[in-house]
Design a protein around this ligand. Structure first.
Ligand SMILES: [Zn+2]
Length: 168
């Protein structure tokens, strides 16, 4: 499985155009999507529209996913939204121009390299981002799990005192 994040959509075409791997796909009709306003599911389609989402490069080629997604009606009486755009887990986020996979790659590179270096490296690896995009990706990373110390103590460089023992 080359593109595990595309399992839930219908892939129509995969072509290479001008050194860009272009994937044309659409979400499936008849499946329910959850309204972000109230959490209720809906299958009633209002319309479709196209999104262009950058994905992690393959073989140093940029990957562009052209995805047709649905706008659905929310029929919940208590919800302020009349319609909402569906999101695909692992593939889209609200107003997100990149897949979560590419976003994590940019964030992980940003942790170990300077933002400007990641922006330059991205051009070689097949994704174009600004240094501000790298900084936002780093800030969006989850906080690493932190566990408190198991033992409190100190080390001494003075001879005759074992490390971690209290002074008498
Ligand atoms: Zn709703």
């Amino acid at each position: 499985m080359v593109f595990p994040h595309l399992v839930t959509v219908l892939v129509e075409h995969v072509v290479v155009e001008s050194c860009v791997l272009r994937i044309t796909a659409s979400t499936k009709d008849g499946t329910a999507a959850v309204c972000p306003g109230c959490g209720e599911s809906s299958k009633r389609v209002h319309s479709r529209y196209g999104r262009r989402i950058a994905d992690a490069p393959v073989g140093a080629r940029p990957v562009l996913i052209e995805l047709s997604v649905r706008r659905l009606f929310c029929d919940s009486s208590g919800c302020a939204r009349v319609t909402f755009a569906e999101q695909v887990d692992g593939l889209t986020s609200r107003y997100g121009p990149r897949t979560p996979v590419l976003q994590r790659v940019i964030g992980a590179l940003g942790v170990v390299l300077a933002a400007r270096a990641v922006a330059r490296l991205g051009l070689l690896l097949g994704f174009a981002v600004s240094r501000m995009t790298v900084l936002r990706a780093v800030m969006a990373l989850p906080e690493p799990a932190w566990t408190g110390p198991r033992v409190l103590g100190w080390t001494s460089s003075r001879p005759g005192r074992a490390a971690g023992t209290a002074p008498s």
